[in-house]
Structure formats: structure tokens, C-alpha cells
Design a protein around this ligand. Structure first.
Ligand code: TYD
Length: 213
């Protein structure tokens, strides 16, 4: 009987316009080529309930605590219905954003109390074995001014994309704080290069971490 591979939880982060979405499908293909089963998902979202919450969070006016509660409610459902079962089967879970986005957007961008976010993180992600967190986090790092230029050519903005530059500067600082607190988990990827060079950085960083054969 062949051994079940150990599940691997990879989150992908960055400010809006940093280009993370461009590389997620490539990452899924890369892991599949390695013979891994891949669960590709996103936050807020990933389950019918969490996708409903996503639509509310991205479109309806609400106060910062309500926003934080909704993203963590969505995360709880997503963890229980999708992420934990996939990791238990040995999948690579590729998640377009996770809790670092909450600390960056709600904590940094909105200036919401990080102690409350930490409390919610404990409630939602604590297991007997410890806090459920990604094994690796690919953080696409881009100057918020360049990201804003890229976004201005994009679609109709949601509640976050329509925020001013200073909001994204605070989001960026929020990510930096999380990166500084967990340097073994975070892989910063400099995203101010061509798509090919960014992809090459992603691949070589994953090889260096030993997650690609
Ligand atoms: P995003 O991941 O950029 O998806 P799309 O490519 O479809 O726009 O959009 C999700 C938005 O939700 C993004 O602006 C960040 C925000 N967000 C939070 O504010 N808090 C969170 O905890 C998460 C996961 C996302």
C-alpha cells in the first residue's frame, strides 16, 4: 500500500494589483506535475456559505468589526469543509489569500485592533496540535503606487480595490509585520519584474524550500 503524502498548505498573498492571481494556476500545474493532488481555493470563499459571505464583504457597507467577523466566519467554514479534509487526504492546498490578508487589510488597511484579530484567529484556527496556519506563504511584494497603476486598467473595483493609495500602503505594512513575525513561513517574491522573471523566482524559492523535487 502506498503511503499517503503529507498535506501541504500554501497561501498566496499580496496587495490588489500585485499579480498573485496570474501565478496561482501555474502553481497548481507545477504541483500536479509533481504527482500531487491539488485543491485550489480562495478566501474569503471556497464553500457555498463562504462565497455568500465574500459577496457581502466585498460589496456591502459595514463596520470593521462586522467585516472581521465575516471573514473569520467564512474561514471557519472553509477550514472545516475544504482545507482540513484536503490536508488529511495529503493534498497540496493552494489558497488565494488566508489570515495574513486579514491582518493586512483589516488590521493594516482599516486600522482595526490586531489583538481582536489574534483572538479570532485563535478561536477559528486552534486545534489540539496547535494553530492551523499555512506551511508556506508566497507574498507578492509590489510598491502600492505601481499596483494602483495596474489596477486602474482593470475591472470595476470592489470595496477594497476602490480604496486610496494610503490604504494599500498600510496593507503593505500589515503584510510586512506578518512576514517579520514568521520569516520561516513567508517567501517574499519581488513582483516588480516581468511575469516570466516573477515565475522563475516562485519556482526557485519553492525548490530552495524543498517542496519541489
Ligand atoms: P482578491 O483576492 O484580490 O480577489 P480578486 O482577484 O477576485 O479581486 O479579492 C479579495 C479581496 O478581499 C481583497 O481586496 C482583499 C480582501 N480580503 C480582506 O480584506 N480580508 C481577508 O481576510 C481576505 C481573505 C481578503
Amino acid at each position: 500500500m502506498s503511503e499517503i503524502p503529507r498535506g501541504l498548505f500554501v497561501s498566496v498573498e499580496g496587495i490588489d494589483g500585485a499579480g498573485k492571481s496570474t501565478h496561482i494556476d501555474g502553481l497548481a500545474r507545477l504541483f500536479a506535475q509533481q504527482g500531487r493532488r491539488v485543491t485550489l481555493t480562495r478566501e474569503p470563499g471556497g464553500t457555498p456559505l463562504a462565497e455568500t459571505l465574500r459577496t457581502l464583504v466585498l460589496n456591502e457597507p459595514m463596520d470593521p468589526l462586522t467585516e472581521a467577523l465575516l471573514v473569520f466566519a467564512a474561514r471557519r467554514d472553509h477550514l472545516q469543509q475544504v482545507i482540513e479534509p484536503a490536508l488529511a487526504r495529503g493534498d497540496v492546498v493552494l489558497c488565494d489569500r488566508f489570515t495574513d490578508a486579514t491582518f493586512a487589510y483589516q488590521g493594516g488597511g482599516r486600522g482595526f485592533d490586531r489583538a481582536v484579530l489574534s483572538q479570532l484567529e485563535q478561536w477559528v484556527q486552534q486545534r489540539p496540535q496547535g494553530l492551523r496556519e499555512p506551511d508556506l506563504t508566497l507574498w507578492f511584494v509590489l510598491d502600492p503606487r505601481i499596483a494602483a497603476e495596474r489596477l486602474s486598467q482593470a475591472r470595476v473595483p470592489d470595496r477594497f480595490e476602490s480604496q486610496p493609495l494610503t490604504f494599500f500602503q498600510h496593507v503593505h505594512m500589515g503584510y510586512q509585520l506578518r512576514c517579520d513575525a514568521a520569516p520561516q513561513r513567508f517567501i517574499p517574491i519581488q513582483a516588480d519584474q516581468t511575469r516570466e522573471l516573477v515565475w522563475a523566482s516562485v519556482e526557485s524559492a519553492l525548490r530552495a524550500r524543498g517542496v519541489l523535487t
